[in-house]
Design a binder for this molecule. Structure first.
Ligand SMILES: Nc1nc2c(ncn2[C@@H]2O[C@H](COP(=O)(O)OP(=O)(O)OP(=O)(O)O)[C@@H](O)[C@H]2O)c(=O)[nH]1
Length: 321
């Protein structure tokens, strides 16, 4: 038998195969009318082959992205070439419900689509075939992985108790801010805050209450932040805040608001009501700081001056020139 000759059985088997294959096959004529519609398309669209046959594809699926699809089909016909659509750019063309048990969390089937020209014996394009691949499992696991990676990144950057940036992440932000201000010389300030006499709270009420105090002080700080401010949990009951584009007056105003609200707002921690105060140190940005550590050191010294001078107060680091 010549390799290009088929028996009737061969053709019958081929048709069977195309009917049952787990890939959608759609053939469109020059007017976008359906010429072939296999079992995959029947099962997922609910439209039988005899209903689809001869129908305009855009009437069968009014929500298809018409302009985009017509452009794709036009390219295939004009250039007599293949083209593709991948799920990363367009999650699906045909809005089929996802019925896979493993990836049941996805509402719709993700699809990769190959478009290729069907030519007559002289090579003229007669129609376009669309192969629709169900890539839901792959797309879904990729999306899950991306989600987990983003969550891991967030967890590795934040502090579990307060949700603020952890020390190392905050320090890397400080480094970036330092370099920005060193180059452009705009205003900025650093604020360090430490809860006063925190050890006795732990010793008297236990660590659970101590943790709750830290959480509630965090909420008070967060409530007073502006969008560009960068707050981190620097140590146990110590917080550090970068205030970009803020002069000394602005930083003092911010620090006083926080000091005052902490002093005047009794904290309801589990079944205890606890009153705390905090000490704060401010270091306004200065070109005299050679590196981020010096700037941070100045804020830290101001904080400890506030502690030494009696706590529940704000000290500003002496301005270096
Ligand atoms: N509950 C709780 N306690 C913590 C945490 N991290 C640190 N601490 C405790 O915080 C206390 C800090 O105490 P000190 O550094 O002596 O400071 P202080 O008692 O606040 O006194 P001053 O800062 O001088 O006003 C220690 O007892 C630490 O064990 C935490 O995440 N949760």
């Amino acid at each position: 038998m010549n390799r290009t000759e088929f028996t009737l059985s061969d053709v019958h088997w081929l048709m069977d195969l195309l009917q049952t294959i787990e890939v959608g096959i759609v053939v469109l004529d020059g007017e976008n009318r359906v010429r072939s519609w296999n079992g995959f398309m029947e099962n997922h669209s609910g439209i039988r082959a005899d209903e689809a046959q001869g129908a305009d594809l855009f009437q069968l699926f009014p929500d298809l992205p018409r302009e985009w699809l017509e452009r794709k089909l036009h390219t295939v016909r004009l250039l007599n070439t293949r083209t593709f659509s991948v799920w990363e750019q367009r999650p699906y063309l045909f809005r089929f419900r996802n019925r896979r048990p493993i990836t049941g969390t996805e509402a719709y089937m993700f699809q990769n689509i190959t478009f290729f020209p069907l030519t007559d014996q002289r090579g003229a394009v007669e129609g376009v075939c669309l192969l629709v691949y169900d890539v839901t499992d792959m797309a879904s696991s990729r999306r899950q992985l991306e989600k987990s990676n983003a969550q891991l990144k967030r967890l590795s950057q934040t502090d579990g108790l307060t949700g603020l940036l952890n020390r190392s992440t905050w320090e890397s932000f400080l480094q970036t801010e330092f370099e920005r201000h060193f180059r452009y010389g705009s205003e900025a300030a650093l604020v360090m805050l430490d809860i006063d006499h925190f050890k006795p709270i732990n010793d008297t009420y236990g660590h659970m209450v101590g943790d709750e105090v830290i959480r509630q002080v965090t909420s008070l700080i967060k409530f007073n932040l502006r969008q560009p401010d960068i707050a981190g949990r620097y140590g146990g009951e110590e917080f550090a805040i970068i205030l970009p584009e803020t002069d000394l007056e602005g930083a003092e105003c911010f620090a006083e608001r926080i000091r005052s609200v902490i002093e005047h707002q009794p904290l309801k921690c589990l079944d205890q009501t606890i009153e705390v105060t905090a000490s704060l140190g401010i270091a306004p940005w200065s070109l005299a700081y050679q590196d981020a550590e010096q700037w941070l050191g100045a804020a830290d010294q101001a904080l400890y001056a506030a502690k030494r001078q009696g706590r529940n107060q704000i000290v500003v680091a002496p301005l270096s020139e």
